[in-house]
Design a protein around this ligand. Structure first.
Ligand code: ADE
Ligand code: ZN
Length: 325
């Protein structure tokens, strides 16, 4: 458990919850042989030089996700684990383009997630929504097509599509390229978030705000390089969804103590703690909270602030927020 307080998880890639054992179980069901002999051998390769190095294996591994049932089982396992971690509300990322390029339709993905989300409400009392992410290292017209397809798939399946996001390799892929897609998403009533300032500079954060209209910044740990930007984020109550174990495993920092976590809190930023890709980075939400608690000597008041921040920064309906606060 995190602290007994209900937390919202706002930066979680559902494909990043695909555990090595599940990869092998799904491959066996499909009669496929994988490169590694077993889950331990695969997990031994989870030693990443940087974000692009991680993404290569992440996209390869998700090749075992093919049917609606595969997505349902994946998300069900995550919700069960998140419940044990003290998570009450989740806004999960999904990468539709990484599935359609393998012939798996948006409808299949969203229908599977929708079933798991419904079950999570019944079994665990967890509320959840979906944020479909644009892969920023792919062509803009592919993102345009993805947006139309997920809007249709959500209407057909009833999946709770909350927003559009921006993820994948950051350096060299500035946010402004996707201004048109994000404008159309907003017109369709979707929330907007973007990964920025993970490996890329503070200027990418500024672009995400100015050009994409981002309401939350995923990671954003580079913002302290820009005092004016920090002041704006504080003033506008724009949250940073920080993922401490991810930052260590992707070598954004060498040790967790090097993260500017205290400085972000002391600056008055709406910091939240999240797990990003927990099957790859060594822990779920409770593990991330425990890691920052230990590294930065957080007390009960700090944990309560992080829990409250996560509720405030969520896109949950106001009535649900009141329940969680
Ligand atoms: N996709 C999955 N995890 C990611 C991360 N940490 N940054 C960017 N894209 C991602
Ligand atoms: Zn992420």
């Amino acid at each position: 458990m995190t602290s007994g307080l209900p937390f919202c998880e706002l930066h979680l890639h559902i494909e990043g919850t695909l555990e090595p054992e599940t990869i092998f179980a799904l491959a066996a069901e499909q009669g496929r042989t994988l490169r590694d002999a077993g889950p331990e051998e695969l997990a031994a390769r989870y030693d990443f030089a940087d974000l692009p190095d991680f993404l290569e294996l992440y996209y390869e591994n998700m090749g075992v996700l093919r049917s609606e049932r595969d997505f349902e089982v994946l998300a069900e396992a995550y919700f069960a684990r998140a419940h044990r971690a003290g998570v009450a509300h989740v806004e999960l990322f999904v990468d539709p383009q990484a599935h359609t390029e393998r012939g798996v339709a948006e409808r299949t993905v969203l229908a599977g997630l929708q079933r798991a989300i419904e079950a999570a409400g019944d079994r665990h009392g967890i509320s959840a929504g979906i944020i479909a992410c644009v892969l920023r290292d792919r062509p803009v017209d592919d993102a345009e097509r993805m947006l139309d397809a997920v809007l249709d798939a959500a209407a057909e399946t009833g999946a709770p599509l909350l927003g559009i996001g921006l993820d994948s390799a950051e350096l060299g892929f500035p946010p402004h390229r996707f201004a048109g897609v994000f404008d159309r998403a907003a017109e369709a009533g979707l929330h907007r978030v973007a990964h920025a300032g993970e490996e890329g500079p503070a200027d990418y954060v500024r672009q995400a705000l100015d050009v994409l209209g981002a309401e939350r910044i995923d990671h954003g740990i580079r913002v302290l390089d820009d005092a004016e930007l920090v002041a704006r984020l504080v003033r506008e109550r724009i949250s940073l969804t920080v993922c401490p174990l991810s930052n260590v495993r992707l070598r954004v920092v060498d040790r967790i103590e090097e993260l500017p976590f205290r400085a972000l809190l002391d600056a008055g930023l709406l910091v939240t703690v999240n797990s990003d890709d927990p099957a790859y980075f060594g822990g779920y939400l409770d593990d991330n909270v425990a890691a920052v608690r230990g590294a930065f000597g957080l007390g009960e008041d700090d944990l309560a602030r992080l829990a409250r921040n996560s509720v405030e920064a969520s896109f949950a309906p106001e009535a649900r927020k009141r329940e969680l606060l």
